[in-house]
Unconditional design. Structure first.
Length: 287
């Protein structure tokens, strides 16, 4: 298992390519001294990184903070580390506490890493889409099915593929610019998922991906990448908490699309209430 990144390192990794040259100099310095982030002053950062105060402020804003103080508050908390993993010798209280802490840290890191603008952009893609194709195999099947179940309320035509054979043998229903492929792969390297993304890309379809690796082939093909970190759970399991974070991300994505459609499509709000009135559905099925 590689080095576990803390929240600040994950967030910088996700945004690095969009930073200006001066902002990248600030990022490089802070990454090299991330353990000291809480203690560094504005003057120290500017002098040691060879940048200006305005460059540091712009970097902070690119990271979603208004200034250095807010950046410290957001990212100076303890990061994700292997010491929180569960072992064969763990007691039930230790398992309880480690699981609770692990889930909270993983979800929190996922939200720090992927800002609200990504969800706004992805939500608009889904709101505009004619067809949604949602794919994920193995452990990612859980996230794919959850995303599909939520998005069914939007009245879209949705196809879900969670089997390698189906992905490789069947033509995915994404063949135009009005279609969206939602691809789930923690590694971002699953061959059948990446191949499906390449095909969708060649047809001009938009791609939204859920992954832990912002540098993966899947991320490179995607229009929007929703990053969630890995977290050591038990033995070689590093993805159980990741998938809980991805389900949370899928919920934000669905809510973003729903509210966009509610603001822009006449009659959608009334239609949505009828489609998602659980009391009415229960009454109908109980008769």
């Amino acid at each position: 298992m590689g080095k576990q990144l803390n929240k600040f390192e994950l967030a910088v990794q996700e945004r690095y390519g969009k930073l200006s040259g001066q902002e990248q100099k600030v990022a490089d310095f802070l990454l090299a001294h991330s353990s000291q982030l809480a203690a560094l002053t504005l003057n120290e950062i500017t002098q040691k990184s060879g940048t200006s105060k305005s460059s540091v402020v712009r970097f902070c804003k690119s990271m979603g903070a208004h200034g250095l103080k807010e950046l410290k508050v957001a990212f100076s908390k303890p990061g994700i580390g292997a010491e929180s993993s569960i072992t064969w010798g763990s007691s039930i209280p230790q398992i309880f506490n480690s699981t609770f802490t692990g889930i909270i840290n993983t979800v929190e890191s996922a939200f720090y890493t992927t800002g609200s603008k990504c969800y706004e952009e992805a939500g608009q893609m889904i709101a505009d889409a004619q067809t949604l194709c949602i794919i994920g195999i193995g452990g990612s099947e859980l996230v794919a099915h959850f995303c599909a179940t939520e998005c069914m309320r939007l009245g879209k035509h949705i196809s879900t593929y969670t089997d390698t054979f189906m992905l490789e043998q069947l033509a995915l229903p994404v063949a135009s610019k009005s279609d969206v492929l939602v691809a789930v792969s923690c590694s971002g390297t699953t061959h059948s998922i990446v191949d499906a993304a390449r095909i969708a890309k060649s047809h001009g379809s938009k791609i939204i991906s859920f992954t832990t690796n912002g540098e993966s082939p899947l991320a490179g093909l995607s229009d929007v990448v929703l990053i969630a970190p890995t977290y050591p759970v038990f033995c070689d399991d590093i993805h159980s908490f990741t998938r809980i974070a991805q389900i949370t991300q899928a919920n934000v994505l669905y809510l973003a699309a729903a509210t966009i459609m509610g603001k822009t499509i006449d009659g959608f709000r009334e239609q949505y209430v009828n489609l998602t009135n659980y009391r009415k559905i229960h009454e109908q099925t109980s008769v």
